[in-house]
Design a protein around this ligand. Structure first.
Ligand SMILES: Cc1cc2nc3c(=O)[nH]c(=O)nc-3n(C[C@H](O)[C@H](O)[C@H](O)COP(=O)(O)OP(=O)(O)OC[C@H]3O[C@@H](n4cnc5c(N)ncnc54)[C@H](O)[C@@H]3O)c2cc1C
Length: 731
């Protein structure tokens, strides 16, 4: 599609071909209110607007007053248009990395091919004119090119067709001036080697369009709101621009590698992408702006580094590397910072990898999504068994949904579909209500009553939407395994383990259980599927009769979704917590996990909780700076264990038919007793609340002791494991 033509077709767009000379600023407020333009034939003319978008390319002359950054240019692309160049494959773009500068070659017309040669500033500053550059290209570049291309390059050089443009790097910055926004190369640049500039610019346009939509910003004259959205723009665009910018700069550094280490990496990179499959598809997806995960980029960087090392080993450095690795293990000094750092790394990465949040809403600010994750991460670290409980409840709900849907004849409905549906994967868009999420229970109801047709979405297509952080998961697994190996080896060699290491091991055991239950839950999905209907929700409610006569609390489908909760209600003070301001709800909060666990599942969580607490008790003989502190640790650990045994038993009992007592789950969900007596109202509720209170106190004391213990660790806590005892001897 031709963008300019498409824009022109919109009747609200008026195109004026002119040159912007300078911006017009309100003297009083400092706000940009328009632009002064002129053409060669006409005199200056002013255009006024509430918001001026500037996209006057990399050499922008309007940018300098409004951004603190200036472009950094270390090289230029010198380009030629080749006629009838013979490429090995006419439809592919080629990158040539040899002893000379990096070169790009790609076809741009039936007979025309473009070649771009990256020449460092040092070279072209030394060259007196483009004639010298032509000599440089002929002698330093042409010999490295494919033989079939060389004649057309020499011919183009002879015609004197060399043109150049700077290759610049310009970081983006938040716009703080009211009335203006920069876009495109005027706003953010990276080396053009990876061709990411237009991809970033177009993504910026899409994001800005969403952030400045009339539903959010009613008038561009409302500068405070516009500036607020600009700040959001700055942070939200990082999701796609970071990967593209880093990739461009990193690949460029690799391609111009002039030291030995980088050359090893360069060779490793070449071999890595020659492996094909994900080794090339995922980096290409990042480069094309289709995949936005910085984690994936991080993963491929590490994968290339490891692959380069293995290439080096295969090239004959195996024994030296082996000895080097042994030497590194032996030389690693274990200090307080190393212990803290390695444990924090495991805790952080495991939490990040294990959290499987529901699909956020599009207008969710980057920081609110992050804040939500941090809240859950904190909960996971303080009480990992609670996260396991949520995962178990969601797993239970997903399995129930699969049974129900398969009974309906929906044989393709899998546990992935069910997890996805319960995580706001499907939104219902009916004419009489704002779009709202429906869960697996509603989908079953609407299918069984014939309101909707079978959903045409496969398990694989849902899984494709999941941006599971494979790298984070792999990294968490490696780090965790490494930590566990170290702890075991330390015990074997009778070396001390610190309380922090013990806490971390206990934590990862619970996390492993959580990961197991969430293994089929799509992770980091950003966009739900929308089911659009022509019928009204009112008709569905009418047809449901008495069952739907109660006013809804969260969505009109409450009458289907809530009965499974068997009387559970969210604490009224939390109904609007965390941005849940409007009804019907737009997002399914992460603690909405219908239904509560069954007896077996509650029992499993109970066992996990007891084992988790038990690990703290096993460490009875851990060494602490004072005896009092040792006893604080021991008492807290035993308390934790008792709390888990007693408090954890209540959810198990609550699944029994005879259990008719008011009871709350994590202080979020409350289930009243059917018979409303004083005893039934308070007995178990009190036990559970007391349990929660004692749990928090014991946990706080354990946390405090973990850190206080670093004041004076026993000497053997710093001693290195003697790995040579375990490593096979290689001569
Ligand atoms: C050789 C090369 C190859 C590339 N390949 C790719 C690729 O494959 N994929 C990709 O995504 N990106 C690629 N890019 C990057 C991409 O071209 C740029 O990032 C993108 O064009 C930037 O868009 P822009 O609108 O900011 O600037 P431009 O595309 O440069 O457009 C700016 C426009 O503003 C006009 N203008 C400038 N000043 C004024 C003024 N004062 N008044 C009025 N008009 C003005 C200019 O005439 C021009 O029409 C490549 C870049 C280069 C140099």
């Amino acid at each position: 599609m031709k963008l300019r033509e498409a824009a022109q077709r919109d009747e609200r767009v008026q195109i004026v071909q002119t040159t912007a000379k300078r911006l017009v600023k309100c003297e009083k407020s400092g706000r940009v209110i328009g632009v002064v333009c002129s053409t060669r034939r006409s005199k200056e003319q002013k255009y006024f607007a509430d918001l001026t978008i500037v996209a006057d390319r990399q050499a922008s002359n309007l940018r300098s007053q409004y951004t603190k950054h200036t472009p950094v240019t270390k090289s230029r692309f010198w380009g030629l248009e080749l006629i009838d160049a013979e490429l090995p494959n006419q439809h592919l773009a080629y990158g040539v990395i040899g002893s000379g500068p990096p070169v790009l070659i790609y076809q741009i017309g039936l007979r025309e091919t473009r070649i771009l040669i990256d020449i460092p500033n040092t070279v072209h500053q030394a060259a007196s004119n483009s004639g010298s550059i032509a000599d440089y290209v002929q002698t330093k570049v042409v010999p490295d090119l494919p033989t079939s291309v060389r004649p057309s390059v020499t011919a183009a050089l002879k015609k004197g067709m060399l043109r150049s443009m700077p290759n610049s790097w310009l970081p983006s910055s938040t716009n703080t001036t009211p009335g203006i926004e920069f876009l495109g190369d005027a706003f953010n640049m990276r080396h053009p080697l990876t061709g990411g500039g237009m991809t970033v610019a177009l993504n910026d346009v899409v994001l800005l369009n969403q952030l400045l939509a009339p539903e959010i910003i009613s008038s561009f004259g409302d500068t405070r709101s516009v500036l607020k959205q600009m700040r959001r723009f700055h942070w939200q665009r990082k999701e796609y621009s970071t990967s593209l910018n880093i990739l461009a700069q990193a690949l460029y550094s690799l391609f111009i590698a002039d030291d030995l280490q980088l050359q090893v990496l360069q060779r490793g990179f070449n071999r890595y992408i020659q492996r094909g499959g994900n080794c090339v598809e995922e980096p290409a997806g990042i480069m094309g702006g289709v995949i936005h995960s910085p984690w994936l980029l991080f993963y491929h960087f590490f994968a290339v580094a490891l692959y380069s090392l293995s290439t080096l080993m295969r090239e004959g450095y195996a024994s030296s590397l082996w000895h080097m690795t042994g030497a590194i293990f032996q030389c690693l000094h274990r200090g307080t910072v190393d212990i803290i750092w390695s444990c924090f790394l495991v805790l952080f990465v495991s939490v990040w990898a294990v959290l499987h949040h529901n699909v956020p809403i599009r207008s969710d600010h980057y920081w609110s999504t992050l804040g939500r994750k941090v809240r859950w991460a904190t909960l996971a670290i303080c009480a990992p068994e609670l996260l396991t409980l949520f995962a178990v409840m969601q797993w239970n709900a997903a399995n129930i949904s699969v049974t129900e849907m398969q009974d309906l004849g929906e044989k393709d409905w899998s546990v992935v579909h069910a997890f996805y549906a319960n995580a706001r994967g499907f939104m219902l868009d009916a004419p009489d209500y704002p779009t709202f999420p429906i869960n697996a229970k509603s989908i079953h109801y609407l299918r069984s009553t014939g309101w909707i047709k079978p959903l045409n979405i496969t398990r694989d297509s849902i899984w494709d939407r999941s941006k599971a952080d494979v790298f984070a998961k792999g990294f968490a697994l490696i780090q965790t395994t490494w930590l566990c190996i170290q702890c075991i080896c330390r015990v074997i060699q009778r070396l001390s383990i610190t309380p922090l290491e013990l806490f971390t091991v206990a934590f990862v055991l619970s996390t492993l259980a959580t990961s197991f239950f969430w293994v089929n839950k799509p992770q980091n999905v950003t966009e739900p599927n929308v089911i659009t209907t022509e019928w009204l929700i009112a008709d569905v409610l009418k047809a449901a009769g008495d069952a739907a006569k109660e006013p809804y609390i969260d969505t009109p489908m409450d009458f289907v979704e809530k009965p499974v909760w068997q009387g559970w209600k969210r604490r009224p003070s939390l109904l609007h917590f965390s941005g849940l301001t409007s009804r019907p709800l737009k997002r399914i909060p992460n603690d909405y996990s219908p239904p509560p666990p069954t007896g077996k599942e509650a029992l499993f969580v109970w066992v996990i909780s007891v084992v988790h607490a038990g690990i703290h008790v096993i460490s009875w003989r851990l060494s602490f700076p004072t005896d009092t502190e040792a006893w604080i640790w021991r008492i807290s650990s035993v308390t934790l264990l008792l709390v888990m045994i007693i408090g954890g038993a209540v959810p198990v009992l609550s699944t029994r038919e005879w259990f008719d007592f008011r009871f709350n789950l994590l202080c979020i969900w409350i289930r009243p007793a059917r018979k409303n007596t004083l005893v039934r109202r308070h007995v178990f509720d009190f036990v559970v609340d007391f349990d929660y209170f004692v749990y928090i106190v014991a946990r706080l004391l354990i946390f405090t002791e973990i850190f206080l213990s670093f004041r004076s660790l026993p000497e053997t806590a710093y001693a290195n494991i003697n790995w040579t005892e375990f490593l096979p001897h290689i001569d």
